[in-house]
Design a protein around this ligand. Structure first.
Ligand code: IMP
Length: 443
């Protein structure tokens, strides 16, 4: 049995969608455990291109069951839109897509609040995706939010009234118009619930049953370690537990059922939205990474901030998540560079820090301490074996393994499934089913 968590080691956008899609054949089910449609996962194979936000990318494999766990926040209209897109592409989710009744519903008022709060923050804005994620999690923690099961409840009007009274007062205090009439929203909620019924399940029960039966489950984290509400660059974070710890609370599988963790690490760094970014580069090297790496948000289209790989942060992510193997993505984006910088320490007040959990919290900015490595100046696109890589690229990878303290599980050398090098670090995590990943035919 393998119940493996896969998490982003940076600020999201590490390329988790491709990695999940690729290792799916080793699992019977893929589960999202936090976040909502603020996430964006891109998967490419053959001549097809999918951008998924809520539904795990496992849905693209006909044998894989997919679960939206209780730790998620689900916008029903976004869910149906995604489902319709999949149906139009000939992908049948019937009988293998399950939504937790206890996930919280993202209502239109949450989107209004998200936007109004950001506008009111002015220069101190977080740069959210404006999808209503923060206000929905706030409703959960403050215990007035609506779960998916509440959308069909006899007490829906009463629950909605409590939520709308708060939202209305806050929106007006922020100079916005009030919220829409409760009766209309109640009708909308009931209609959503009716459409959702075929997918609703007690997903905690389902997952524990599958786990006991020896099924292999992949727990797919959205966003990344540095956007985690507890462990990220607070307050410039998302509102959920995107680290491996969230996989237990966000699904109902006990922590003891988790058997390993894969960390997805991009060969350089990016971030969308505001907040600290020690290795950010704003010169032509940053521009090169953005255009060569096509660093524009899948969800919002915003240009991403770009920078060098930060191994202090990667070590931190390894520690917080217990990462056993690294899936390194977008190595090919560095192909043309003369030299490549890697951050190995943070300097503050004349002292260099290599390990600290308070790395992002000071008022004074950290200065990156870089090691400069020679570039390989040749294409790595489509490499299938470690031996296909130039020696400078292999040195770069070796340095990452040494500094982070985890082995490489795979290297992505292009957006397509077949543009991947499988490495020995993946095998212990997948057991016998490693061969299902290695043996998959090219599309
Ligand atoms: P929110 O999740 O919309 O509240 O946004 C909070 C912060 O997380 C902002 O900086 C967003 O840009 C960032 N964020 C949220 N989801 C993602 C994601 O999937 N990838 C990258 N950044 C994200």
């Amino acid at each position: 049995m393998a119940n493996v968590v896969i998490v982003g080691m940076q600020w999201g956008d590490e390329g988790k969608g491709k990695v999940v899609d690729l290792i799916c054949p080793a699992f019977d089910a893929v589960v999202r455990y936090q976040g909502g449609h603020n996430a964006g996962h891109t998967v490419k194979f053959a001549d097809r291109h999918f951008a998924l936000h809520l539904i795990p990318s496992g849905i693209l494999r006909s044998a894989t069951r997919c679960v939206l766990g209780n730790g998620m926040v689900v916008a029903p209209d976004a869910f149906f839109k995604e489902l319709e897109g999949l149906e139009a592409a000939g992908i049948d989710a019937t009988g293998r897509l399950f939504v937790s009744q206890r996930a919280h519903a993202v209502l239109p008022t949450a989107v209004l609040l998200d936007k109004a709060r950001e506008a009111a923050r002015g220069d101190a804005k977080i740069g959210t995706t404006a999808r209503g994620i923060g206000p929905t999690y706030e409703g959960k923690i403050s215990r007035y939010g609506l779960r998916i099961c509440d959308l069909g409840s006899d007490r829906l009007e009463e629950k909605l009234r409590a939520l709308l009274t708060r939202a209305d007062a806050e929106l007006r205090s922020l100079g916005q118009a009030g919220v829409e009439r409760p009766a209309r929203l109640a009708d909308q909620c009931r209609a959503w619930h009716e459409r959702l019924v075929p997918y609703l399940a007690d997903t905690e029960l389902l997952l524990n049953r599958w786990s006991k039966e020896g099924k292999d489950i992949l727990l797919e984290g959205a966003q990344g370690t540095l956007l985690d509400i507890d462990h990220g660059t607070f307050p410039y974070v998302s509102s959920s537990s995107s680290t491996a710890g969230g996989a237990a609370t966000g699904t109902g599988l006990p922590p003891t059922a988790l058997t390993g963790a894969i960390g997805v690490l991009k060969a350089y760094a990016t971030r969308v939205g505001e907040g600290p970014f020690v290795t950010e580069i704003e010169d032509e090297a940053g521009e090169f990474l953005r255009s060569r790496g096509n660093e524009f948000g899948t969800t919002t289209g915003r240009p991403r901030r770009c920078g060098w790989l930060d191994l202090v942060a990667a070590r931190y992510a390894q520690r917080i998540n217990g990462i056993d193997a690294i899936a390194l993505t977008k190595l090919d984006v560095l192909d043309e560079l003369e030299e490549i910088k890697v951050c190995v320490g943070y300097r503050l007040g004349g002292k260099v820090h290599r390990e600290t959990s308070a790395i992002f919290e000071g008022d004074e900015p950290f200065e990156p301490v870089y090691t400069t490595m020679p570039g390989w100046k040749q294409s790595t696109v489509g490499a299938r074996e470690l031996g296909d890589l130039p020696v400078e690229a292999r040195d770069y990878l070796e340095m990452i393994e040494d500094e982070v303290g985890a082995r490489l599980g795979l290297i992505s050398s292009g957006p397509r499934r077949e543009e991947t090098i499988l490495c020995p670090g993946l095998k212990p995590l997948l057991g016998d089913r490693f061969s299902d990943v290695a043996a998959q035919p090219d599309p």
